[in-house]
Design a binder for this molecule. Structure first.
Ligand code: HEC
Ligand code: HEC
Ligand code: HEC
Ligand code: HEC
Ligand code: HEC
Ligand code: HEC
Length: 312
């Protein structure tokens, strides 16, 4: 009996704390009230089609709202565009996308990667996988632990928590990002501060993604990405200081207020194309890429990212 009361007390304390945290997650994710409707967007009590009582397994579940033919969300992550599907009075009008999503796209994306001020939707050449295909989590692990962690199958929920409230203190985070991404092996976790009002599209009207200003979130995102890609994290000076790693020896600075992962990369996928030199850069494990597959989520074609900062 005593144990039951203790459990009940802990539960009551937990719910009290939960009511106090700020609610800034969006859609059916997080910020749940005692009489929330949201659970039914994804779960069934008796008639679920997939494990964890889900109406559909991940990523199908996510794509049923966020996909090209999804209807339950305005962010279409397959085409990398924001469609105002539920508010005809807003600008741009419903169904017409003029700005790309900050993360790019998984199938197509609307990014002016060739920097000609004319943008058209194009098929992506590289992306984070989300369909359960396994790959190498490049750079994951301690110095001299090889190219990375092998055979990792990524999906939407590796990075995002469908229930929001994903910070180390159960508060909201930017884009529902899990403080500790799944399979990262990270310890304490990184909280990326949420936005108070949501802007899902890039600020540049021509969809030139390089130069997008992430403010203080830029450095937080670098810490966040580096939980999976541990050895891609490099402080100032790393370009001329040997890390001691057999593969990731000298590295461009990636952890600063001015240069971070999202200075050069998008999070989901890019249609960038690569020229003779950049298409031939071997993967960290020594294998060779083919075609444009080595576009490495870059914001600009070839090595445009380098030139746009250094102006050589
Ligand atoms: C946007 C879809 C979505 C919504 C909305 C949602 N869930 Fe889930 N839920 C999932 C997914 C996906 C999983 C599988 C585990 C995972 O990937 O995190 C899950 C797992 C769970 C689990 C088991 C594992 C865990 O994380 O604890 C519980 C319990 C749960 N959900 C309860 C709820 C309740 C209660 C609500 C409403 C307050 C809710 N969910 C709303 C998608 C959702
Ligand atoms: C029932 C429809 C529905 C499902 C299923 C769903 N979402 Fe969402 N999601 C939304 C809506 C609505 C928003 C609000 C923004 C918008 O309209 O696109 C949103 C917002 C988000 C955001 C941005 C949150 C923020 O803080 O700004 C992320 C990230 C996200 N969803 C990921 C997922 C993932 C991952 C899954 C699968 C586990 C999923 N969603 C499943 C409807 C859905
Ligand atoms: C949950 C762990 C995880 C997180 C967090 C993560 N990645 Fe990855 N990343 C992977 C894995 C696994 C691969 C290899 C498989 C694949 O391409 O999906 C990968 C591949 C990549 C690639 C190579 C893509 C290609 O062409 O195949 C780049 C570039 C990259 N990640 C950058 C980033 C950046 C930038 C961030 C932060 C915005 C980030 N990653 C966050 C796990 C992660
Ligand atoms: C490797 C980690 C990773 C994976 C896998 C991933 N996301 Fe994201 N996602 C992010 C990050 C980081 C951002 C923030 C991008 C930014 O602001 O530049 C983001 C942004 C978003 C957004 C906001 C719109 C945008 O593009 O900026 C939505 C919605 C979203 N993700 C849904 C999904 C869904 C659905 C899936 C699976 C189909 C998925 N994500 C897979 C890391 C990931
Ligand atoms: C200054 C631009 C720049 C920054 C900043 C940057 N990258 Fe990269 N990244 C690249 C380029 C260019 C490539 C293509 C391979 C090459 O040239 O080394 C790449 C490749 C990758 C790859 C594929 C594996 C590999 O090493 O080739 C991963 C994973 C990756 N980056 C993750 C990250 C993460 C995580 C961060 C932040 C901690 C980050 N990058 C910051 C430019 C950058
Ligand atoms: C967002 C701006 C930015 C981008 C993009 C960028 N750089 Fe840099 N680069 C810097 C800064 C800042 C430093 C100084 C880094 C430090 O403090 O260690 C630097 C340093 C360097 C150095 C000197 C490293 C040393 O310490 O010996 C080289 C070489 C270099 N960058 C080449 C490149 C190449 C190649 C690319 C494209 C893959 C690139 N940069 C992309 C800003 C940038």
């Amino acid at each position: 009996m005593k144990r039951v009361w203790t459990v009940l007390l802990v539960f009551l304390m937990a719910t009290t704390v939960m009511v106090l945290v700020a609610r800034a997650d969006n859609g059916p994710h997080g910020g749940y009230t005692a009489t929330t409707d949201a659970c039914a967007g994804c779960h069934r009590a008796h008639t679920a089609a997939a494990a964890r009582l889900l109406v559909n397994s991940v990523p199908g579940l996510c794509v049923s709202c966020h996909g090209a033919s999804g209807t339950g969300a305005d962010t279409n992550v397959e085409d990398g565009i924001y469609l105002d599907r539920d508010a005809v009075t807003e600008s741009p009008a419903e169904g017409i996308a003029t700005r790309g999503l900050k993360g790019g796209g998984f199938v197509n994306a609307l990014i002016d990667t060739d920097w000609d001020l004319a943008v058209a939707s194009a098929a992506v050449t590289s992306r984070h996988t989300y369909d359960g295909t396994s790959g190498t989590m490049w750079g994951n692990g301690a110095i001299n632990s090889g190219a990375g962690k092998l055979n990792v199958a990524l999906t939407c929920t590796s990075c995002h928590d469908p229930h929001g409230n994903a910070s180390t203190t159960n508060g909201p985070t930017y884009r529902l990002l899990r403080s500790v991404p799944i399979d990262s092996g990270a310890g304490s976790g990184v909280d990326v501060t949420d936005e108070s009002s949501k802007t899902y599209t890039v600020s540049n009207g021509d969809n030139q993604y390089f130069g997008e200003n992430y403010g203080s979130r830029g450095a937080q995102l670098s810490n966040w990405c580096a939980q999976c890609h541990t050895r891609h994290a490099a402080p100032s000076g790393s370009g001329h200081t040997d890390s001691g790693d057999a593969i990731y020896a000298y590295r461009h600075m990636t952890m600063g207020a001015t240069v971070g992962c999202v200075s050069c990369h998008v999070a989901h996928g890019t249609p960038a194309t690569m020229g003779a030199y950049s298409a031939a850069v071997p993967w960290p494990d020594g294998t060779n890429p083919s075609g444009n597959e080595r576009s490495s989520l870059l914001r600009v074609d070839n090595r445009g990212v380098c030139q746009l900062c250094h102006h050589k």
